[in-house]
Write a protein that binds this ligand. Structure first.
Ligand code: TIH
Ligand code: FE2
Length: 300
């Protein structure tokens, strides 16, 4: 008989942690809990004292979709007013500041009647557009999920997305993703075929990866895809969806840093406040090389 070497064996505390999806439908087996929201709940949570909003919020957050299904969320006049207020303000700011790819697809989405100030688009319509353009689809979850599982989705061109909208008292900045962030931040970029390929590649690199790899991939995603800039234009979805954050950048007071892998590895991840710094990747064509550097460093 053979003596097996157990030195690589990991104690399986949480079996799901080691589950790697093999097909898109395996994504339904991943946990979709959103611990961050629960941690944040307190009397300073926007909308905390608005019981109608809070009960709606719980309902929407607790109805994650399965692959291939979409929820039809009922938005009331308050929600639509928040959408319209942010939409018109951002649209104006984006004219000068959003990167070209974003603007090009945004214009197309408006021309097709998919995006407008008047209504919050439904996922069925968005997904029809996205799958046609780049193969991506939105699948709704209740809030920020574990980075590992978010990245796993990308491998199968699934973009896990929130569907609730921020409270009307805080239209111009949200400390966590909501539908304004997803649609006015991410969707126009997700429609770009090259960008979508990059997303899928990041996801593929994450499948079954050890924690330190997930950590670095998550950081690259965060500092570039969410909060990156392209010299005098904005790329990051976290900036594009927040007029407050755009204003900070255009005021010239923001700290802009050149890309450096060591910098993103050593910087704190600030999730619920304005960013203390933004990474400038100069032009979108640099992303391939930048991510190649990340993969090379991680030996993946
Ligand atoms: N700050 C973004 C907004 O106001 O739309 C939301 C977030 C994106 C990523 C982290 S928080
Ligand atoms: Fe995001």
């Amino acid at each position: 008989f053979r003596i097996r070497n157990f030195s690589y064996a990991q104690p399986i505390k949480d079996p799901i942690r080691y589950f790697t999806p093999k097909s898109i439908y395996d994504l339904d087996k991943l946990p979709k809990n959103y611990e961050d929201f629960v941690n944040k709940l307190g009397s300073n949570y926007p909308g905390y004292n608005d019981p109608a909003y809070m009960s709606w919020l719980y309902k929407v957050r607790n109805a994650p979709s399965k692959i291939g299904e979409v929820n039809k969320v009922e938005y009331n006049d308050d929600h639509i007013l928040t959408w319209s207020t942010v939409y018109s303000k951002l649209r104006h700011l984006h004219d000068d500041l959003a990167c070209d790819k974003y603007k090009e697809n945004f214009r197309e989405l408006e021309e097709l009647g998919i995006l407008s100030e008047r209504e919050i688009p439904n996922f069925a319509t968005l997904n029809k557009y996205l799958t046609h353009k780049s193969g991506f689809q939105l699948v709704n979850v209740g809030g920020m999920i574990k980075p590992r599982f978010f990245l796993y989705g990308l491998a199968f061109k699934v973009f896990f997305t929130t569907q609730y909208i921020r409270h009307k008292s805080v239209p111009f900045y949200a400390s966590e993703p909501d539908i304004i962030h997803e649609i006015l931040g991410h969707v126009p970029m997700l429609a770009d075929r090259k960008f979508a390929e990059l997303f899928q590649e990041i996801g593929e690199k994450s499948l079954g990866a050890p924690d330190h790899v997930i950590d670095v991939l998550g950081r690259a995603y965060f500092f570039i895809i969410e909060f990156g800039i392209l010299s005098d234009k904005v790329l990051g979805a976290g900036i594009l969806s927040s007029s407050k954050e755009i204003e900070i950048i255009s005021s010239g007071k923001a700290k802009i840093e050149d890309w450096s892998l060591q910098k993103i590895i050593n910087s704190d991840l600030i999730l619920s406040d304005y960013q203390p710094q933004y990474i400038d990747v100069v032009k979108i064509e640099n992303l391939k090389e930048i991510f190649a550097e990340v993969y090379n460093y991680l030996k993946i």
